[in-house]
Design a protein around this ligand. Structure first.
Ligand SMILES: [Zn+2]
Length: 43
């Protein structure tokens, strides 16, 4: 519960350029959870 809440506050939506996965990223250099790419765009 606490972790999900923190993600909502701090996480931003990103979309991976490599595989198109949408995910919540935290920090300045989030990474795609699917392919570990750093080639991502804010969504
Ligand atoms: Zn990806």
């Amino acid at each position: 519960m606490d972790v999900e809440l923190e993600d909502r506050v701090k996480g931003k939506d990103y979309k991976c350029r490599e595989c198109g996965t949408r995910f919540k990223g935290i920090g300045k250099k989030p990474m795609c959870p699917s392919c570990q790419s750093e080639e991502i765009d804010p969504a």
